[in-house]
Design a protein around this ligand. Sequence first.
Ligand code: ZN
Length: 494
Amino acid sequence: MKKVIGLLVLAVIGIFLLATYRANTMYPDQQYYPQQHSNRVAVDQDKVVSNFSKAIQIATISHDYPAPVLAEPFLAFHQHLQASFPIVHAVASREIINNYSLVYKFQGTDTSLKPALFMGHMDVVPVDQDTADKWTHEAFAGVVDDNQIWGRGALDDKATVMALMEAMELSLASGKPPKRTVYFAFGHDEEIGGSQGAKKVAEYFQQLGVNFEFVLDEGGAILKGYIKTVSQPVGIIGIAEKGFINIRLIAERPGGHSSMPPENTGPGILAQAIVKLENNKFPATLRYTNTTFDAIGSYADFYTRFAMANQWLLAPVVKQQLLANQSTAGGLRTTTAVTMMKGSSKSNILPTKASVVVNLRILPGETWKTVLADVERIVDDKRVTYEVFMNNDPSPVSSIESDGYKWIAQTIREFEPETLVAPYLVMGGTDSKYFYPLTDSVYRFLMIKLTPDIRKTVHGIDERIKIVDYVQGIQYFHELLRKVSFDNEAPSPS
Ligand SMILES: [Zn+2]
């Protein structure tokens, strides 16, 4: 008996030692340690801030379909770009796609290099009428105070559009032509899905037969506390995005007076379906969490590394923790959100047609068709019918070994050596989803620091950007353009 206990104790110690060994060896430091240089181009702060403020004052709002695009603000925005960036407009060839979206081509001298595409969107979301008076400064006034630029679009996404243009204007000012061909593409309806803007732009490139070295769009940023036990800020670069589907569940019944109800009314049938869906969530995987953690795990505390390195034993605990938090749960699985319910129009009328909408955000690896089949299987009720409206498959996953990813990551580290870099799965959708037929390498990142209180101003109240962040965003793009295209001696990333 003593022998058995002794062996058991030995086994437990053995497992513990093995687990500790894994925790200490599984996460080698994956950060780049570039030579200390920052190549910060000199920026005329007053000028770039003034250009940006004017850009915010042009209310390029995307209203939900079927409202038509208001031409006037977009044309005014085009004019503002022309007036602010004379060198860009002298050098580039410009195409207007579907009336309002813009494509700029900067022809490179070395046509053996695949072109690079930088994207952004000119449109912004409206300001909620109920919240308009809660703004510190009027949303489209473009107010500049001591250290911030205020207004709708300051972060999403005029910062990208304007910083790219400023960076290119400065790059071209040296008189040196780009070596690699560079394209800029600015959509006009990203906030309502991009079907009239970015999608048409992607079709335009397909007709030209262009294949890109990489595509960079909005999405990631520098966040503090992205992983709780990593104290450094993390620059997260989006390498894939989730898909989505809206499914309307419908229950049609004979109707009649509520004094003579059937066993289940339409809403009753749908309620049962909702309970089944909420009790049978989609399976969770740590695949994408691991992709992020692999890059920065060496900076996490021992306990986190211990848990993450020993998923053979602790995966259920890790999953449970991440699923318990609404902000991390979406990275683990296809999420199920029941949103719009409809019954009859009067309290004593039995509804002839009841409906409820389920919005699901789909993990890469599944498709909207497999998700629809799963929902039908889970509900398993012949009285329910299904109607799909708006659907998009998740994107493929781009490599972190490509030159494009490495250039982006290196430049972040050069500018902010304190900031770590990691790939991540984007929860929302961006215009770049349309560009997968044109390249394997699609990334999403903008060099700005988002604290939790600034982050919630995107699509919310008091959207604003720090002037230092905006200036650094320009310098970042300038340096990235140098690596990608302008520096003939640019070493390929190690
Ligand atoms: Zn955006």
